[in-house]
Design a binder for this molecule. Sequence first.
Ligand code: COA
Ligand code: ADP
Length: 601
Amino acid sequence: MAEGEGYRNPTEVQMSQLVLPCHTNQRGELSVGQLLKWIDTTACLSAERHAGCPCVTASMDDIYFEHTISVGQVVNIKAKVNRAFNSSMEVGIQVASEDLCLEKQWSVCKALATFVAHRELSKVKLRQTTPRTEEEKTEHSVAAERRRMRLVYADTIKDLLTNCVIQDDLESRDCSDMVPAEKTRVESVELVLPPHANHQGNTFGGQIMAWMENVATIAASRLCRAHPTLKAIEMFHFRGPSHVGDRLVFKAIVNNAFKHSMEVGVSVEAYRQEAEAHRRHINSAFMTFVVLDAEDQPQTLPWIRPQPGDGERRYREASARKKIRLDRQYIVSCKQTEMPLSVPWDPSNQVYLSYNNVSSLKMLVAKDNWVLSSETSQIRLYTLEEDKFLSFHLEMLVHVDATQAFLLLSDLCRRPEWDKHCRHFLLCQHTTLGGSAIICPMAYEEEPIFLSISIRSVCDLETQSVELVQQVDEDDAIYHIISPALGGDTKPQDFVVLASRRKPCDNGDPYVIALRSVTLPTHRETPEYRRGETICSGFCFWREGDQLTKVSYYNQATPGFLNYVTTNVAGLSSEFYTTFKACEQFLLDNRNDLAPSLQTL
Ligand code: COA
Ligand code: ADP
């Protein structure tokens, strides 16, 4: 059901606030600290509406602020639970500002927070949410992937910082005109009082964020001697609770100043009056500030001179975080249509590329405007036309266990086995149009086919080779695939593909194998091969019963595919069906035969 047709998500909570002078900062704009308090409260009420019991903020993902909000404007905040896991929930929050006189609205930011439900005596097991609209289905599906990324976030960042070789010009710089970082250091204490906490006495996450923003702003102002604007807050985790009566110590300092932005770090410790020596580190956050001129253009900032020791370490780590942040922002929030087909793979972006790989496929799967185009031999072909892409998916029921099907197809090295009854095996792609790879078994009795527009001119095909280049982790691997020359082409094709497999997060979730192209310095394009690329393709497996699985193959094709897909859709060719039947046969033939290396689930 579409929104606006009387449907409202049962967990949705809205808050509208008129911005008054008491809510503003030194620039006369709504202070981000106040906004964070409203965001946290709205999100918490949404989480509690679903959980039916008190909830605390566990984490907040990166927030990028697109606009500032002026006095007299209205802030409209909408929050809803995207997905419930065990005791935690992901809450999606949208913030817009409204100019009442101009009758206009602007998006200010989007945020994703995780809340954990607490009951006094027992561990909470939340009921699942039921997504209904396409947007809800997408968020529900992708939330599982975001949770995975969140839980490894701290380790990922730590690993990257440890392994990152950061080159800087600290030693060679003329220190005389630099601002010593020490001048920006701030320490501030707050006493947690009942208005700062919920009825169980736990400090509100939004209140802590507001206090953090306050000290960070002071540190930033001490560097630029102006009124800075907060542009982004990095993902962070509330490591432990604090309560009414706790003293909270906030420490902030500018870690690094780039040309137009600076990173300020804040750490928070809590202690009881009677045990001051026993301080608990409850939170750390990194915030990016800019200084805007009258035309809202960022001004050049002074260089910073860090203290030797921790200061220099933080200075370098801030540079590394900036790179990671840009990679993340680009890869995670970039629209599919704006991404280049192949994205460089390196240790600093691997988590985000895997995330992007899986979430792109899940978003494609969640679309609700798929049209059933035809059905042959119990294989259904669906199409979807959207933006610049024509996508299709094939669906069939196979008498094989879902885990088994998933494991068999997730090992790309086994793909050459798929045509054991046939003469040819292909993996191909229409490269010149920047189309998408079909990483799919191709098995044919009569003539070789493959999912590209130049199908019929293919001949003289040899076996392709699939090499496992890098086993990134248990569920992600990069393959180099060489396929024979396409019709009219003298060169064979090659692909460098990231395959990310995911098992279900809970009942109802499919198993997923997502595929997308990446570039690797060790496997650059060579004159020997024509480089093929895929932007989004892969398999989903739904358990339909014992030994019964719905298998779907998805592919987001570029316009170059149109001709071929429509040939199949119009019934002028049955190649899709033949291909998918061969896949079914492969699964049936190997239903009891698992590669030992894959028996890890
Ligand atoms: N981001 C998102 N969720 C996280 C997380 C993170 N960084 N770390 C843990 N979680 C989730 C887990 O996935 C788990 O979810 P699930 O039950 O749905 O599987 C849930 O939190 C509990 O995890 P668990 O390992 O049992 O507990 P923990 O010891 O990691 O504690 C908190 C997690 C959030 C309960 C704990 O850190 C805490 O109390 N933090 C302070 C919360 C608070 O008071 N906030 C207000 C401001 S102080
Ligand atoms: P790290 O030191 O690894 O960055 P912390 O969690 O200890 O991580 O601190 C987070 C940030 O808080 C630091 O990067 C720094 O900007 C700020 N900070 C930490 N300790 C102090 C301090 N004593 N004085 C001022 N700022 C501090």
